[in-house]
Design a protein around this ligand. Structure first.
Ligand SMILES: Cc1ncc(COP(=O)(O)O)c(C=O)c1O
Length: 406
């Protein structure tokens, strides 16, 4: 594994020079300098409508094409299996309008996902009169560490199942789900069903190989992966065969982009994606990924060990284990006798740690499953560019508030 030089790495993110410790990375990551430069360069040199025969239009088309190629490479997909859109929320909503299911068909929807991967499917079921089954973690009941297990999914599947949806990792809990095992369970019991996975919280931290996972749809938002505000959907060729196109009737309908990306694209943003993939690498040996996991593991172990040292006072939501194979450095907790919002606001007044309270659009998980009130959890979401000193400093500041609440 290449040695990870944290200072050299941080120098690649211009925002890290600011007087702010970024611990809200699951909300949005900081942007690579190379991405910022690529966007600026595109706007200066090639900001024209692509597809034309003149020189600048050819350059513009070619830069966009390189962006699509890099996006596909990031997930080990092909170019015609990738589409871009303004957000994950938008892409999943568009996707839900392309699937021509029939009354009585069944869909299985995780009840602990971000709302972006719940609302479109609830709406689809109501519009097309489908049977909607909720996939809710059962064991142990009302756990603080709910996980989407194939064992709970199996009784919900049947040959009539057309779609299963779930998250790769929760944006609140940080817990990683075994998507390959989920895909195998779906294929075994419901061979015609499509599997749609929300990879938004997972993709900034670990490499994704959609072919190895065996998913049909996989979606991520680049603004959480050190890039700009644009999202990307993978759709397997098998899945695309079942989709109708939302595009104009006179345009081609062959690729995922033809079917789902409406109107002009985010040219300057998509063409910056190669800068991210060059930095972090596709899911292949020699990339930055193993170093990321190793460094993040140190950060999350330090914070989780502190939180676990306050039993009875602090409740950790998600995997209590710091093992990097079961969780990401997104750590949520609540403190007895201290409202999550009040805790965050207290530290915001006196320190430069940027972290959050709330449900983070995973309202069904935080309010319905975990049973927490409006202030939800305190969420500290770290990234590989955070330093151990930042986490130790944060713990010291947090300990001041927690000790007072005791
Ligand atoms: C797990 C997860 N899914 C989906 C989304 C929605 O992404 P977007 O803002 O691109 O719509 C988010 C955003 O926070 C998220 O964390």
């Amino acid at each position: 594994m290449a040695t990870f030089d944290i200072e050299a790495d941080r120098a690649k993110f211009p925002a890290l020079k600011e007087d702010q410790v970024f611990l809200d990375n699951a909300g949005g990551s900081q942007t690579l300098g190379a991405v910022i430069e690529a966007i600026s360069d595109y706007l200066v040199k090639s900001n024209v409508q692509f597809g034309g025969g003149y020189k600048t239009s050819k350059a513009s088309s070619s830069r966009y094409d390189d962006g699509v190629t890099a996006g596909a490479k990031f997930l080990n997909a092909e170019k015609d299996e990738i589409a871009f859109g303004s957000s994950t929320t938008q892409l999943l909503r568009n996707l839900s309008f392309t699937l021509p299911f029939h009354p009585g068909d069944e869909i299985v929807v995780s009840s602990i996902d971000h709302e972006a991967n719940i609302a479109p499917w609830k709406d689809l079921a109501a519009r097309l009169n489908l049977a909607l089954k909720w996939w809710t973690p059962q064991q142990p009941p009302k756990s603080t560490n709910p996980r989407l297990l194939p064992a709970d999914l199996a009784p919900l599947l049947s040959p009539r199942t057309r779609l299963v949806t779930c998250t790769h990792a929760s944006n609140v809990l940080g817990s990683i789900h075994d998507v390959k095992a989920i895909a195998d369970a779906v294929r075994g019991a419901a061979p015609d069903a499509l599997l749609c996975v929300d990879g938004v919280a997972y993709a900034p931290h670990r490499p994704v190989d959609v072919k190895a996972l065996g998913v049909d749809f996989y979606v991520l938002s680049w603004y959480k992966v050190y890039g700009p505000h644009v999202a990307m959907l993978y759709g397997s060729r098998r899945a695309q065969g079942q989709m109708r196109s939302l595009g104009h009737f006179f345009n081609p309908h062959a690729t995922l982009e033809n079917k789902i990306s409406l109107g002009s694209g985010h040219y300057e943003l998509v063409q910056s994606i190669p800068a991210i993939v060059d930095y972090i690498g596709p899911p292949t040996p020699g990339s930055l990924w193993p170093s990321i996991a190793q460094h993040e593991s140190r950060l999350q172990s330090t914070l989780l060990a502190y939180l676990a040292s306050k039993p009875g006072q602090v409740t950790i939501y998600g995997e209590p284990s710091a093992d990097a194979s079961v969780r990401l450095p997104t750590v949520s907790f609540a403190v007895a006798g201290c409202d999550s919002r009040a805790l965050v606001e207290t530290l915001e007044r006196t320190t430069n740690y940027g972290f959050r309270w709330g449900a983070f659009y995973s309202n069904a998980l935080v309010h319905d499953f975990l049973g927490l009130g409006p202030s939800g959890v305190v969420r500290v979401s770290m990234a590989h560019y955070n330093t151990l000193d930042e986490i130790k400093g944060f713990i010291e500041a947090l300990d001041g508030v927690i000790s007072e609440a005791a």
